[in-house]
Write a protein that binds this ligand. Structure first.
Ligand SMILES: Cc1cc2nc3c(=O)[nH]c(=O)nc-3n(C[C@H](O)[C@H](O)[C@H](O)COP(=O)(O)O)c2cc1C
Length: 209
């Protein structure tokens, strides 16, 4: 499916101003919703396709397409649950049955669940891992924002299981790939007040000042 290529330069000043206000509202209002506060329904097939297409709008130096997303359908959550428990045992062979059950339970929360994977090594040596990682981050943010625009809650989750053999095997990761995080999407069951945003003075300076 090819994505539309809007031409901002043909828009009138009024519609540009509307677009800016709309984009600013979207960007600043996106918040993380943790998977335990996400319920069905998740995005439908058309919305999922649009969210995935948003990823392709990310900057990608050399068009390496260094990242990919793997959906975990409901029917395969049991395998993810097993991998989470196996990952826990990999790093703590003494983990209790309760701890294993808590690890398993995390596989079932979000209605739409994707694993983000990035090829950080190999291929074009002029495009190092950090650039590929940045591209993946941009792709992920595009997806979160489009889900937010469509009224869905979303959040990223990580954890030690991402680097486990159990998870790498389940998702068939190649040697040059790493699992970055899970993307969780669904309907927000409980709205939580977000953490305050940093002021730009905390992350901006001017050369020479
Ligand atoms: C790569 C990545 C992984 C994350 N993993 C987790 C996680 O495992 N658990 C969690 O509570 N939040 C996780 N977060 C979400 C952050 O906690 C969240 O973005 C932060 O609290 C700011 O909230 P906001 O997104 O509403 O601004 C992750 C964020 C990133 C970028």
């Amino acid at each position: 499916m090819s994505n539309p290529q809007p031409s901002a330069s043909q828009d009138s000043p009024a519609s540009r101003s509307d677009a800016r206000q709309w984009a600013q509202a979207l960007l600043t209002s996106r918040r993380t919703t943790l998977p335990k506060r996400l319920q069905s329904p998740g995005p439908d097939a058309a919305q999922q396709a649009a969210i995935l297409a948003a990823a392709a709008a990310a900057p990608d130096h050399g068009q390496l397409l260094p990242w990919r997303f793997i959906e975990v359908p409901q029917a395969r959550r049991v395998e993810l649950a097993q991998a989470f428990a196996a990952a826990l045992i990999e790093r703590d062979p003494e983990a209790s049955a309760d701890e294993q059950e808590q690890a398993r339970e995390k596989a079932y929360r979000a209605p739409w669940l994707l694993l983000a994977v990035c090829r950080l090594r190999g291929g074009d040596p002029d495009i190092p891992g950090q650039e590929r990682l940045l591209s993946a981050g941009c792709a992920i943010q595009n997806m979160l924002l489009l889900a937010s625009a469509a009224g869905y809650g979303s959040g990223l989750t990580s954890g030690k299981a991402l680097a486990s053999q159990a998870l790498r095997q389940l998702f068939g990761l190649h040697d040059d790939e790493d699992a970055l995080c899970f993307l969780n999407f669904g309907t927000v069951s409980e709205v939580r007040r977000g953490k305050p945003r940093a002021d730009s003075s905390a992350y901006f300076s001017r050369l020479g000042d």
